[in-house]
Structure formats: C-alpha cells, structure tokens
Design a protein around this ligand. Structure first.
Ligand SMILES: *Cc1c(COP(=O)(O)O)cnc(C)c1O
Length: 405
C-alpha cells in the first residue's frame, strides 16, 4: 500500500457526509472518516490518508487487514460453498465447533451453537439463563453495572447501562445489576439466582478488569447456589488477552461462554459454547439462525484460529501487551494515569477528561484509537502487531499527548 492516493472512489468529503446524514439512521455518530482499504495494521481512507489502526474494527480484525491466509480462506470458501441452511452441515461448521470445544476446554461434553454476532451469541446464552430460571423457579439473573452485552432487546436488558434501556420501556424483567466488587457479589448472590453473566474485562466500560479473585469466587457461589456462570468473551476471547479466553487466566470452568468479534477476523460470526453442565439446556427447536454457522463464516473462522496458532499470536498478544504497558508508561506523560487490561486489550486512563479530543488528535496524526469514555483511550490492535507498529504507535501517541500537554 502506498502513501499517496490510489483511490478508486474519489469522493468529496462534504458530499459523502451529507449522503450519510440523509441515508443512514441516526443511531451512530457521524463517521470519523470514510475508509477504503487496509493491509496489515494499516488502513487508508478515500483521501489516501493512512492510519495505524490500534482499534482493529473494535477487536475484530485479529489478523489485521487483507491477511493472505484470511483472504485465501474466504475466497476458497466463496468459490466452493458459501451458504447452506441448517438442514445440512458442512466440514467447516463441524470443524469449527470441535475446535472451539477444544480451545475453550469444554471438550467432548460441551456443545456449540452458531450465530452471526456477539449480541446473537448472548441471546442464546440468555436463553440458557431463562431456561434454567424457568425450570428451577428461581427469580433472578445477575449481570454487572457498566457491563456490555449487546444491542438486541434481550442483551440490552443484560447491559448495565440504564440510559441505553430507558427509551424502550419494559424489557426482560428480573435482571439485577451488581457493582463489580467482591462485596457486591457476596451480597447479591443467593438461592434465587439462576445465572450470572459477566465480562472478564469490561471493554466498553473502559477496559476494566474484574477484581483479583472475582471469577473464582463467582464460580464458587454459582456452584453453591445452583446458578449458571456465563462468561461473555466476545471482546476478550480468541487470544486477545494472551490466552484463548479471558476466564482461562483464572483457571475456572464456566457453564457457558460467548464469542464473536475476533473469531471471524472480519467475517460476521458468533457462537455460544456450553460446557457439560449447560450443554443440554437448549433442546430441539429452541434456537436457530438462518446464517448461523454457514461454511463461509465457519471456514474463515477456522483459518483465523489456525493462523493464530501457527504464528504464535496468543503469545504475541501477551508479550506485546506487556511491551505496550511499559512503553506507554515510559512516555512519562502527566496525562497518563495508568494502563489497565491485559494482552492486546488495554485502556489508557487519563488524568483529565480529554479522551475525545486526544482521539481526534491521534486520528489527525494518522493513528486510530478509541475513546471508550471521557477519560479512557482504548486500544485493541490486531494480534499480528509487531515491533515496527509498536514503535510507530508510541511515536504517534507521544505526539498526540504532547499536543494536549
Ligand atoms: C461487542 C460486544 C458485544 C456485542 O457484539 P455485537 O457483535 O456488536 O452484537 C457483546 N458483548 C461484549 C463484551 C462486546 O464487546
């Protein structure tokens, strides 16, 4: 990819902004730019400006852009068999299900169901929770304040952001949100709890890890009270934190996990992986999806997993994360308070509420990061990130910080 423009779509900025405002629903903020192509950790917009992308489509583009292995896999699958209904199966679908059971530790006794997004995976997980609640006569499902689980009506009810739910009135009832402390967990748990669903690191909340020991205690309490422990690994999963899944750092066994984002490396796919204890809750006819598990998505995801393994990208995520934490601290900027998170899911906490402005400055300089909230910059680069990209990131981010000093 060259630095000068080789844009095929010469589009006037004012014109596309107007077209966006006219054609698109108002749910999203105006786009930051119009992107055209990408390669590795870099993307280019329609004006030919290049950006080092440390957001990766929000932790989706695990192999970066246009990775040859990914391109080959999706092209081959498109040319062979892209979609079949769930009246049939394919080698790709079965292969991916078995691989997910293996890397999650759910093993032979676990089961998988596919969907097309994170929210859809969590809808399936919520069905497990509702089935268990209904069957046991328990009353409550627990989730965490500031947790994020998606934008469907079911997952919005799980999401711990009241402002997102309020415009819609009454959603699924009986979901209680707890603060993310061990004290709130102890106080909130009881025999009336059917399920607890949580993220190991709250990504949307500004990359906030659970307190030390939280997941282990949650496992104990869930077991003691006959509740399901469901871990939303949609942002933390598929190698991003330096393990296949975030819960694996704590050595617990969940009842179910959900995955999406990085799994397809850019092709839409989500999955619910149930462990032995929850594997038979969903019975015939209780869930389904037309596109879920089709060979285009599952074949591509299989190639993503194989490439993560072949190139040692989980170890890379762990090492690069550590390197980034040290190098960001090494900038010595008074604007940086701390770096939270693990592996390649990091939140740079700022000492002033200037994340939005800092993000805009970074974009101007050619760096894409995300303002998770007013005082946190979130970075989630592709898992293929190497020395050259880290050096470039530190240089650009240092310049951005200095512009606001
Ligand atoms: C992104 C995300 C979701 C929602 O996934 P979609 O694919 O946007 O539906 C759910 N949970 C977590 C933790 C996420 O990061």
């Amino acid at each position: 990819m060259t630095r000068t423009t080789d844009s095929t779509t010469s589009i006037d900025t004012t014109a596309w902004r107007q077209r966006y405002a006219d054609a698109m629903m108002r749910s999203f903020a105006p786009p930051l730019t119009m992107l055209e192509r990408g390669e590795g950790c870099w993307v280019q917009d329609v004006d030919g400006k290049r950006y080092l992308d440390f957001l990766a489509g929000i932790a989706v583009n695990a192999l970066g852009y246009a990775h040859p292995v990914w391109v080959e896999a999706i092209s081959r699958q498109a040319a062979t068999l892209a979609h079949v209904s769930n009246y049939f199966t394919t080698p790709q679908q079965l292969g991916l299900a078995e691989r997910l059971l293996q890397i999650s530790g759910a093993g032979d006794a676990g089961r998988v169901i596919f969907g097309n997004s994170g929210a859809e995976a969590n809808e399936a997980a919520l069905k497990l929770a509702l089935l268990h609640r209904h069957a046991t006569g328990k009353a409550r499902i627990l989730a965490l304040n500031a947790g994020f689980h998606g934008r469907t009506t079911g997952t919005m009810a799980l999401t711990g952001k009241p402002a997102q739910r309020e415009p819609f009135g009454e959603l699924i009832q009986g979901i209680d949100h707890l603060d993310s402390t061990l004290e709130a967990l102890e106080a909130g748990f009881g025999d009336d709890v059917a399920a607890l669903i949580l993220e190991p690191i709250k990504g949307e909340a500004g990359v906030r890890p659970l307190p030390e020991g939280y997941l282990r205690r949650a496992r104990e309490l869930a077991t003691e009270h006959g509740a399901l422990l469901i871990v939303d690994e949609i942002q933390t999963g598929i190698g991003r934190t330096g393990a296949w899944f975030g819960f694996q750092h704590d050595g617990i066994v969940p009842d179910a996990i959900t995955v999406a984002k990085g799994l397809g490396g850019g092709v839409p796919i989500g999955a619910l992986i149930a462990f032995e204890s929850a594997a038979d809750l969903l019975q015939a006819g209780m869930h389904g999806s037309t596109f879920g598990g089709n060979p285009l998505a599952t074949g591509t995801a299989l190639a993503v997993l194989a490439e993560i393994e072949r190139s040692g990208l989980i170890a890379n995520a762990a090492a690069r994360g550590q390197q980034l934490i040290e190098r960001i601290a090494g900038i010595g900027s008074p604007l940086v308070e701390e770096v939270r998170g693990r592996g390649l899911l990091l939140g740079i906490a700022l000492t002033a509420p200037i994340a939005t402005e800092l993000r805009a400055t970074a974009q101007h300089l050619g760096l894409i990061v995300n303002a998770a909230n007013e005082s946190t910059i979130r970075i989630a680069p592709p898992l293929i990130v190497g020395d050259a990209e880290i050096d470039e990131f530190i240089a650009l981010f240092t310049d951005a910080l200095e512009a606001h000093a």
